[in-house]
Design a binder for this molecule. Structure first.
Ligand SMILES: CC(C)(COP(=O)(O)OP(=O)(O)OC[C@H]1O[C@@H](n2cnc3c(N)ncnc32)[C@H](O)[C@@H]1OP(=O)(O)O)[C@@H](O)C(=O)NCCC(=O)NCCS
Length: 114
C-alpha cells in the first residue's frame, strides 16, 4: 500500500461499520492488481466486481494501458471472476506461492472500457 503509484480502495458495510472488501493495485504503463478480497458473507453480490472496475478506472485514468495480476491455479473462484472481467491467461509461474502452488499470470487491455 505504501508503494509509489499504488492505490487502495476499501468497501464498507455502512450498517455495521465493517470492512466488506478491499483492493490494492498500482499504476504504470502496465498496472497491477496486487490483491482483492471480499469477506465471505458478502461474496457473489457484485462487490468484487465494483472494486475491480473502480480500480481499473483509476489505473486507466493514471495512464495504464493494460493491467496484470497473478492467481493460484487452484483458485477457481478468482479465475472465474477474472475471466468474467475479460482477463486472459498469459503465462504460468511454477511454484509461485509459498505452498508450492503454481500461479497463472492474467492480463487485460485497458485502452477501452469493458
Ligand atoms: C475473487 C473474489 C474477490 C470475487 O469477489 P465477489 O464479490 O464474490 O465477486 P462478484 O460477486 O462481483 O462476482 C462476479 C462474477 O465473478 C464470477 N465468480 C465470482 N465468484 C465465483 C465463484 N465462487 N465461483 C464461480 N464464479 C465466480 C461469477 O461470474 C460472478 O458473477 P455471478 O455471481 O453473476 O455468477 C472473492 O471470491 C474473494 O474475495 N475471494 C478470496 C480472495 C481471493 O481469492 N482473491 C483473489 C486473489 S488473486
Amino acid at each position: 500500500m505504501r508503494r509509489r503509484n499504488s492505490l487502495t480502495l476499501v468497501a464498507t458495510d455502512e450498517r455495521e461499520s465493517k470492512i466488506a472488501g478491499f483492493i490494492v493495485a498500482y499504476s504504470g504503463r502496465t498496472g497491477h492488481i496486487i490483491t482483492i478480497d471480499v469477506i465471505a458473507g458478502a461474496r457473489r453480490t457484485g462487490l468484487g466486481s465494483r472494486l475491480l472496475s473502480a480500480a481499473e478506472d483509476r489505473l486507466r485514468n493514471a495512464g495504464s494501458l493494460a493491467v496484470g495480476l497473478e492467481a493460484a491455479v487452484d483458485n477457481a473462484a478468482a479465475l472465474s471472476f477474472y475471466k468474467r472481467h475479460g482477463y486472459s491467461v498469459v503465462a504460468t509461474w511454477p511454484r509461485y506461492y509459498s505452498n508450492g502452488v503454481d500461479a497463472l499470470v492474467l492480463s487485460k487491455q485497458l485502452s477501452s472500457k469493458s
